[in-house]
Design a protein around this ligand. Structure first.
Ligand code: SF4
Length: 325
């Protein structure tokens, strides 16, 4: 029988080989995001509770790690990325402590809605890598995108994030999902970027929905908008990357100019001069770019009088099924 608590390891651009820990039964969450790939939230709650005994979770992870290691496969992270909100698990901190004996780094991907609570911040402090959701800093848009449980307060959440960030010694990431016509205008993007520059994450990810969303009528922000957001974020933050569903070859040079160009532009846009430079180094010519534009995998976008090349986002059927991690 498949163990519902563990899955993977799955390849993750952010975390390498990530073994997923599903510490929340489906789908219990404090939000019901319009873009959620798990559909609408069935059980909306903000109270923390015990869903599984910590010993059950730890035992399941240990068994899986043993199996994976026996096959000689690597595990870079144990990642709490459940079918709901991981900090609703009141034993999260205890589970992280118990899992530390495995000597594998631990990651938590949270919507941050409970980070105003000190006990939640303390639990998250125990992880090595934490990702916080920051889709907006305006109350009205937050209610439209994240559709929070009604007792939650955005101000308290944003303050909680700042408190957490000033004390956290691990690696902090943020994820901002851009939805067309909702949180993707310049003013809104600048607001998010200003908040993030105070939060000082090690890396800020810009994301768009790449799987069928809970609310079918929403659309991902356009390429032009994603590029604008990248430039606006980049002015205030040192490390910005896309998270747009192409897990492929984003790290290494394969020696294949086409694949390498697609890999680089799935992480960030490239200025025209940088593309020319790249092609020169790869000992090839502009025809590579023309071919990728023609087959619909690359596109040129203008921003403030400059031309950038980026991976085409809305290429149905071609985007890889990115793992949630
Ligand atoms: S995207 Fe995450 S935070 Fe939003 S409803 Fe789905 S599980 Fe909850």
């Amino acid at each position: 029988m498949v163990n519902p608590i563990i899955y993977g390891p799955v390849p993750s651009r952010r975390l390498g080989h990530s073994l997923g820990i599903n510490n929340i039964p489906p789908k219990i969450c404090s939000y019901s995001c319009v873009y959620c790939q798990l559909g609408n939230t069935v059980n909306m709650q903000v109270e923390r509770e015990t869903f599984y005994e910590p010993s059950e979770i730890v035992q399941s992870v240990k068994e899986k790690v043993k199996q994976v290691r026996k096959k000689g496969e690597p595990i870079d992270y144990l990642t709490f990325v459940p079918d709901g909100e991981p900090t609703l698990d009141v034993n999260l901190g205890k589970e992280i402590e118990l899992l530390n004996s495995l000597n594998i780094k631990i990651a938590v991907i949270t919507n941050a809605s409970l980070i105003w609570r000190e006990d939640v911040r303390q639990d998250l402090q125990k992880a090595d890598w934490v990702s916080l959701k920051v889709d907006t800093i305006s109350e009205e848009i937050w209610r439209r995108i994240n559709r929070p449980q009604k007792s939650l307060q955005l101000d308290a959440i944003l303050n909680g994030m700042l408190k957490f960030s000033s004390a956290f010694t691990g690696e902090l990431a943020t994820e901002s999902m851009l939805i067309q016509g909702v949180n993707d205008d310049r003013q809104e993007v600048e607001g998010i970027a200003n908040f993030l520059s105070e939060l000082r994450p090690n890396k800020a990810y810009l994301a768009i929905p790449t799987r069928p969303p809970a609310k079918r009528t929403i659309s991902a922000a356009s390429e032009q908008t994603i590029n604008m957001a990248y430039q606006v974020f980049g002015k205030r933050l040192s490390n910005v990357e896309y998270l747009i569903g192409y897990e492929g070859n984003a790290f290494a040079s394969t020696g294949n100019a086409e694949e390498d160009l697609l890999g680089i532009t799935s992480v960030h846009p490239m200025r025209e001069e940088a593309v020319i430079e790249f092609l020169k180094k790869a000992d090839t010519g502009w025809k590579v770019v023309e071919k990728l534009i023609e087959d619909g995998s690359l596109m040129a976008v203008e921003y403030q009088g400059r031309k950038f090349y980026m991976r085409k986002l809305h290429q149905h059927g071609k985007s890889s099924a990115a793992s949630k991690a």
